[in-house]
Design a protein around this ligand. Structure first.
Ligand SMILES: [Zn+2]
Length: 392
């Protein structure tokens, strides 16, 4: 073996030892992920979500964390866990969510199971495996150093999949006190890229009020809300500008009561995505400027941009560089990706705190029947997270 290779090898030995540590813990980690998946926790079921939150609080308390449940009325209580650390430095915030998009009773039709090196189950990728990675990274750092090298705040929310209305303020407050935010949402693609940019997300509901009439006896007296909405949708669709990263999708429409009645009401629900924060104002202004074609119809608009984009700024790039350096120690070329979906990382990036997202598991099929994670990628992900907790 040439001398230079030998030196490089010995230099990387601590990282390889860390990787071996996580490889030896892989089965236990897998068991923990299964345990989490088998506690169903849909966003819209408070008792179920609370069962998950309480279970997680106990898990983190066993590692010496101080759990605090932020009570909420409508959703599961949001879980904050504080860990003290050796250095007297700002904490790093590990951010995630324990709610899933799957209704209670999904498990019998979508059981948690291993197939071809993949673990399947509702919410396994998005993002119960990510929560387990947090536990194992913290545990490993404690094993290696006796205590955590710096203070760590874990915040796991219960309403991410439905807009984070109960948790957003807390997320932003915790981020402001932190040096950096690491988000354990799934990685992008099967190569496990981290997410350095996310689009901003919003939704609008446009309600049209028309005037009902008998479609046979008084057709001229009616003013159809459906016709008006159809014309509005044609206008709204022109707001799409895919080149500049703006997309607008009227994904749901409903209206009318019977075929022989001129419709008095029709509604469209519209998803919007933006690439830069600047686009939010202009797009919103265009929505608010919509005018009825039929003067007898009224328009009522609700909604707006919920999550501003996570933009690839200097803070994000610096975190990504640190992540790349950690990965390089085990000969892993860590890639980055920009994605269209939003997460709570959009909030923390939006208030200027360096944020790196997509640090969770690698897999496919988030929100779909084939949702799964790649088991063999877990040790590497844990190693990356542990390294970032130290250096972020
Ligand atoms: Zn998620």
């Amino acid at each position: 073996m040439p001398a230079s290779t030998k030196i490089a090898h010995s230099k990387n030995q601590p990282s390889l030892d860390r990787l071996h540590h996580f490889e030896s813990r892989q089965d236990t980690l897998l068991q923990t992920i299964r345990e989490f998946v088998e506690i169903e926790s849909p966003s819209d079921n408070k008792p179920a979500a609370d069962r998950m939150g309480t279970h997680l609080a106990q898990k983190f308390a066993l590692l010496g964390g101080r759990p605090h449940l932020h009570r909420t009325e409508e959703f599961g209580d949001n879980l904050q866990v504080d860990f003290p650390g050796a250095a007297n430095s700002k904490p790093v915030l590990l951010l995630g969510h324990f709610d899933t998009v799957y209704p209670l009773g999904t498990l019998p039709t979508m059981p948690c199971r291993i197939e071809d090196g993949r673990l399947h189950g509702p919410g396994v990728l998005d993002m119960k495996a990510g929560i387990a990675l947090i536990l194992f990274a913290i545990e490993a750092l404690q094993t290696w150093h006796g205590e955590l090298p710096r203070p760590v705040t874990v915040f796991l929310v219960s309403d991410e999949e439905v807009g984070s209305y109960s948790s957003r303020k807390i997320t932003e407050n915790l981020a402001r006190k932190s040096a950096a935010v690491l988000v354990l949402e799934p990685a992008a693609g099967l190569r496990g890229a981290v997410k350095t940019a996310r689009k901003g997300v919003g939704d609008y509901t446009l309600t049209v009020k028309g005037i009902a009439a008998h479609a046979g006896l008084d057709p001229g007296k009616g003013h159809s809300a459906i016709l008006e909405l159809a014309r509005q949708i044609a206008v709204i669709s022109k707001l799409n500008n895919l080149k500049s990263g703006v997309s607008v999708n009227p994904g749901v429409i409903r209206g009318g009561t019977r075929t022989n009645v001129v419709a008095a009401e029709a509604v469209a629900e519209i998803d919007v995505r933006i690439k830069s924060a600047k686009q939010a104002v202009g797009l919103d202004r265009k929505f608010r400027a919509l005018k009825p074609f039929d003067k007898h119809c009224g328009l009522h608009l609700e909604g707006g941009i919920n999550r501003l984009p996570m933009e690839r700024n200097a803070g994000v790039i610096a975190l990504y560089k640190k992540a790349q350096a950690i990965a390089k120690q085990i000969d892993w070329k860590l890639e980055e990706a920009a994605v269209g979906g939003g997460s709570d990382g959009n909030f923390t990036a939006g208030i200027g705190i360096p944020t790196l997202d997509g640090l969770g598991a690698v897999g496919e099929g988030a929100h779909a029947v084939h949702e799964h994670i790649i088991i063999s990628a877990l040790p590497r992900r844990a190693l990356l997270l542990a390294g970032l907790i130290q250096t972020a």
